[in-house]
Design a protein around this ligand. Structure first.
Ligand code: PLP
Length: 384
């Protein structure tokens, strides 16, 4: 994949070499099982405790509130099913936004078949949850509200502190999926009971994530077994993954401010170039309250061509996304995110998502614009 331009960092990122170097000893020499009593085991146990403390420090929570999981998907399943089944006697009503990631949506769809009732919050055309609707939707049977921090397709930032306050006042648990924001922008978790984070979006290894579970949260585990992770998630700990994740987090927090300025500059430039060069272009999601790393756009009249556009760009060595990475697992369905912000079925099939990362530069943007012009011209001579 050398000489290719990767503009799909919201799907996943490559491992930072500094992260890989930190992980290596834990794959080949310090590979002990943290439950073993010999030195291999105790050393792994100490390292996991150190990693937990470091991540807790960045999130301003207690180390015991971090539960390592295998992914963001697992953490979201754990949060939602864990709260649902632990609090079943209190109520069976869950509220989520209608543009959550599939792993939240499909978990809730599954819970609907188990006797739970789910309310889906509407989204404004700019890409924000309707807080008045939320206030009205909470009732005495409501046990959980789950709203993502940053949407993975359109990058809009949700007011999670405010949502958390509303939930606290109503004595309802609040969970937020922060897979797209953690390590990229600050997160205030004061009013959040459960927070999902993962590693492979921030230059860490795949196969590791965590759920922050605040003290005194009534939750049951998904995985039963040897009682690891304070009995909340049994399974031999992924020591190399945990160490790599921690290093990735430390790097992101150390570099967050300067990196955001750099990425914001790339975003501004690309938005400007796109608006200048493509007449029918429209951007999805508010352009201010959004992650600097994300741009999502459609070209009017070309919505039906987005997959061809993506594949032609790919042939030219440029990787972008049409909707989210997960949407490519099924048939080319219209994006539920774009439909949630009011696009019709046709338009919602036709977006391109650009997501910047640590290794993108201005040169990538210039090249992307050049290639996009060629591809659009090929598909629709009107635009050339
Ligand atoms: C918002 C959001 N939530 C959850 C996930 C799933 O995370 P993982 O790939 O670690 O299972 C993703 C990844 O695509 C995501 O973007």
């Amino acid at each position: 994949m050398e000489n290719k331009i990767y503009l799909d960092n919201a799907a996943t990122t490559c491992i930072d070499k500094r992260v890989l170097d930190t992980m290596m000893p834990y794959l080949i020499s310090n590979y002990g099982n943290a439950s073993s009593l010999h030195q291999f085991g105790t050393s792994a146990k100490e390292q996991i405790a150190e990693s937990r403390s470091q991540i807790a420090h960045y999130l301003k929570c207690e180390p015991e509130e971090i539960v390592f999981t295998s992914s963001g998907t697992e953490a979201n399943n754990f949060a939602i099913k864990g709260i649902a089944f632990a609090n079943r006697s209190k109520g069976n009503h869950i509220i989520i936004s209608s543009f959550e990631h599939d792993c939240v949506l499909n978990t809730c769809k599954w819970l609907e078949g188990q006797g739970f009732y789910v309310t889906y919050l509407p989204i404004s055309k700019d890409g924000f949850v309707d807080l008045d609707f939320l206030k009205r939707a909470i009732n005495r049977k409501t046990i959980l509200v789950s709203v993502m921090h940053v949407n993975n397709e359109i990058g809009t930032i949700q007011p999670i502190s405010e949502i958390g306050k509303i939930c606290k006042e109503k004595d309802v648990y609040f969970h937020s999926d922060a897979c797209q924001s953690f390590g990229k922008i600050p997160i205030d978790i004061q009013n959040i009971d459960l927070l999902t984070i993962n590693s492979h979006k921030i230059y860490g290894p795949k196969g590791i994530g965590a759920l922050v579970v605040k003290k005194n949260t009534n939750i049951v585990p998904l995985l039963h077994g040897g009682g690891q992770e304070f009995g909340m998630r049994s399974s031999t700990e992924n020591i190399a993954g945990i160490v790599g994740f921690t290093k990735a987090v430390a790097l992101c927090f150390a570099e967050m401010e300067s990196e955001n300025l750099r990425i914001k500059e790339l975003q501004n430039r690309l938005i400007f170039y796109l608006a200048e060069n493509f007449e029918g272009i429209y951007f999805n999601g508010d352009l201010k309250m959004r992650l600097p790393h994300n741009i999502n756009f459609c070209i009017s009249g070309m919505e039906g061509e987005s997959i061809r556009l993506l594949l032609l760009l790919d042939e030219m060595g440029i990787a972008v996304s049409s909707g989210s990475a997960c949407s490519s697992n099924g048939d080319n369905q219209a994006s539920h995110v774009l439909q949630a912000i009011g696009l019709n079925q046709f338009e919602a099939r036709g977006s391109i998502r650009i997501s910047f990362g640590r290794y993108n530069s201005e040169k990538d943007i210039t090249l992307f614009i050049e290639k996009l012009q060629q591809v659009v011209g090929k598909l629709n001579p009107i635009f050339s």
